[in-house]
Design a binder for this molecule. Sequence first.
Ligand code: 3HC
Length: 292
Amino acid sequence: MVIKKVGVLGCGLMGSGIAQVSAGAGYSTVVKEIADDFLKKGLSSIEKSLGKFVEKGTITRDQRAETLGRLKGTTKFEDLGDCDIVIEAITENLQLKRETYATIDKIVKPPAIFASNTSSLVVTEMMTATKRVDRFIGMHFFNPVPLMKLVEVVGTITTSKEILDEAMKFAASLGKVPIRTSDRSGFVVNRLLVPYLLDAIRALEEGVGSVEDIDNGMRLGCGYPMGPFTLLDFVGLETTYYIANIMFEEFREKRFAPPPLLKRLVLAGHHGKKTGRGFYDYSDPANPKPLY
Ligand code: 3HC
């Protein structure tokens, strides 16, 4: 099968990025949101991101216009009907995802591939809501999608080899570097990244160092582009808390257990950059102030 038309479910942070790279790579792309205001917000973030690339000279004004021309926003599932692959990036809620997959399984043409951008849910559990057990995969992108080169391509025990090969080729055609991984919560990256982030919080709780010192330690000592607390605030504390809980549930290992401070920050609504406060205070976004 040849992938020509791409459907993206969800136009939030991840979905908008995926739709952008898909249209940018030359695919006719339909992105579906649940309501017009969410769609408008997502499409405007794509325009902003493309604008940054034009400013930097990474793409031309014409390429920006062509990319936007290949992109169609919708609120109707029916518009995904003739897509060759549908990449789902909706809220990380298993029940909601299963219901959505059951709906689109009846609408999208049978040969199409379904790919979930889930970061930690069990792909097999979503796959069982559909009849396309051989053509259901995970395709996990990284934030910010237009800049991060990696895509984890996740096969379940029923995914066919042809479909996995096709997905690897497709991910490469988006300008990404795909890696293959199996359907274990967290795949490769979050399996290693989440315990590291949680351990940084434990180190803070134990008084090993301050937020600023631990961030500087990993940034300057190991060459990481962001220290763990900057990255936690960037990813969203509620997202990390959610992923950690799912991974703890799957493996029952302490390294995945969310530390008490993370839980309390999430309960207090301090979710990081998006709420203006997490491990840093973002009142002055150009100069985040460490809080702990
Ligand atoms: N579109 C276009 N351009 C963008 C952009 C976007 N979405 N986001 C940022 N940029 C631009 C910035 O405007 C900036 O442009 P400039 O050089 O003209 O000022 C440029 O990219 C570089 O950004 P910054 O100056 O803000 O800073 P950095 O040099 O630190 O680069 C970064 C930003 C690429 C995000 C880098 O900090 C990085 O690699 N951080 C780590 C990110 C990471 O680890 N992501 C994975 C998170 S885990 C995940 O997603 C998995 C999930 O399951 C949780």
